[in-house]
Design a protein. Structure first.
Length: 300
């Protein structure tokens, strides 16, 4: 019975893996350079909030590892997590070990504490099973006056490659803007999608001006946006930018913005991962097309 239960849990992931294996080889995904270094990074990453917080559920952990395997096979690199995401960091670390993919990942994590930042970072590093992180961000700007100097010192010492700050759900944009103007940082992470577009007014232009990479979180509003859109037919003009579904349309809107470096949709579903990664391929909308996309969705 235990074997049967395991197979039932794995069936969706195995089916998606088979479909991917039988499909023609994909071209590499679109990449953007990190402004502070010029290093290219694929425009679609993988988030882990909620979706990878599966505890010790063995079938669920196997499924997360399968999602990561397909992510890397599709050309993905950046995986994002945080100490506040429950068991997600350990799930990622175990999968990286199983897949022998430590050298392929661009590891993006966060410090989320008002004190003892160094101890929390070390605990996170051990969960990821990596010698060091590529990117660390001050999560939701918590105690950034104390934690950002720590990250900058780690970067100067060669213990970290990039430094950033993050916020979510449109919060604390004014404070984020002040930090972007006054501090030396490589990345910001913020909420940006077809409906949450406040960042277009000041933060995204400022990121371009200051040479700061942008990670776009909550691209689907934790699934609420897709559930809303899927009640309506995909517009015929979606084919003009090679979108086969609403997820790809929503993601192409985000990653086609010239200030956005990478969007990080979170999923623990291999079929959804396959759909998402398709948004890094094919034709991209220009500015006029992007306005058309936003107006269409706002009118639904």
């Amino acid at each position: 019975m235990r074997r049967r239960t395991l197979l039932l849990h794995l069936a969706p992931a195995l089916a998606a893996a088979g479909a991917l294996a039988q499909s023609p080889a994909r071209p590499p995904p679109l990449s953007r350079p990190i402004p502070s270094s010029g290093e290219p990074i694929p425009v679609l990453g993988l988030g882990s909030w909620i979706t990878f917080n599966v505890g010790n559920d063995r079938p669920a952990r196997v499924q997360c590892a399968e999602v990561m395997r397909q992510f890397f096979e599709a050309g993905g690199r950046l995986i994002d997590s945080s100490p506040m995401y429950g068991s997600s960091q350990g799930v990622i670390g175990d999968a990286l070990q199983t897949l022998a993919a430590q050298r392929r990942v661009f590891s993006a994590d966060k410090v989320w504490t008002s004190s003892a930042g160094a101890a929390q970072i070390e605990a996170s590093r051990q969960l990821w099973r990596l010698p060091h992180f590529d990117l660390l961000q001050v999560h939701n700007l918590l105690a950034w006056q104390e934690q950002l100097p720590l990250l900058q010192a780690m970067k100067a010492a060669g213990q970290l490659r990039y430094v950033g700050i993050s916020t979510s759900e449109g919060r604390r944009h004014r404070e984020m803007e002040q930090i972007m103007r006054s501090q030396s940082i490589d990345f910001v992470q913020l909420t940006y999608n077809l409906l949450d577009r406040e960042a277009e007014h000041r933060l995204l232009p400022l990121a371009r001006e200051r040479g700061i990479a942008v990670l776009a979180n909550r691209p689907f509003r934790q699934g609420d946006l897709l559930r809303q859109l899927q009640r309506h037919p995909l517009p015929a003009w979606a084919g003009e930018i090679d979108c086969a579904n609403w997820a790809q349309l929503a993601l192409k809107f985000i990653v086609s913005h010239p200030a956005v470096t990478c969007a990080i949709p979170a999923t623990g579903n291999a079929a959804h991962l396959h759909d998402n990664m398709g948004a890094a391929l094919g034709r991209m909308p220009d500015e006029g097309f992007r306005r058309r996309m936003a107006a269409h969705v706002e009118a639904l």
